[in-house]
Ligand binder design. Structure first.
Ligand code: GAR
Length: 212
């Protein structure tokens, strides 16, 4: 079998920052480890992205993303979905927190909750999500397990604008990752994450410059 080099499957990432006089004010939402959140922070630090992270919102008290925020001196706010009866109430609290921090664009970096119209209306066409598959394939939870189960030879990751329908909305950037014969969900996820960390900051820059 011919193996495909991941670099051949990945898009070229623009090295320029988006054209913007003022740094973009980002709010990041994360549920878990926060490696994508940190990739955005690193892209800002190395000048790839002209932005500032105003706040990290996380919904699981033990999310490692909060530890990373501390390391980067970024304010982290816990909004625990378990404290809210309805998803709309949770999103109202999220919107209030994002507004309080002057956020312009919202980045869902491993946010594992469905969003409602409340959040979408507050930031129309300004919410970005990253998903570990080549959408529209393998939406929802367990995208990596779904890809292995389907025995596809190539999967990857997608950065897209968020719409009400789960894992839909305009695709901004994708990177392909080969599925190797002995892949486990963990080994495949590790290789997908390498690509996620490249395309998420680049896609944010592209989305913003498209809008300007
Ligand atoms: C990422 O792989 C992201 O694509 C996925 O969660 C992971 C978060 O990793 N998101 C989804 O599955 C959303 N449907 P991280 O916490 O290390 O950034």
């Amino acid at each position: 079998m011919t193996s495909v080099s991941p670099s051949l499957l990945s898009p070229d990432i623009p090295t320029h920052s988006q054209v913007s006089s003022k740094p973009l004010k980002l709010g990041i939402m994360a549920s878990g480890s926060g490696s994508n959140f940190e990739a955005v922070a690193e892209a800002i630090q190395n000048g790839q992205l002209n932005a500032e992270i105003q706040v990290l919102i996380y919904n699981n008290p033990d999310a490692y993303a909060a530890v990373r925020a501390d390391k980067w001196n970024i304010k982290a706010v816990l909004i625990n979905h378990r404290d809210y009866k309805h998803r709309e109430e949770l999103d109202k609290q999220i919107v209030q927190t994002l507004h309080q921090h002057g956020v312009e664009w919202v980045i869902m970096a491993g946010w594992m909750r469905l969003v409602t119209q409340v959040l979408i209306d507050a930031f129309p066409q300004k919410i970005i999500n990253i998903h570990p598959s080549l959408l529209p394939s393998f939406k929802g939870v367990g995208a990596i397990e779904q890809a292995i189960e389907a025995q596809v030879k190539i999967t990857g990751c997608t950065v897209h604008l968020v719409s009400l329908e789960m894992d839909s909305g305009k695709i901004l950037m994708q990177a392909a990752v080969p599925v190797l014969p002995d892949d486990t969900p963990e080994t495949l996820h590790n290789r997908i994450q390498i690509q996620e960390h490249r395309i998420l900051p680049a896609a944010i820059a592209i989305a913003v410059s498209n809008e300007q």
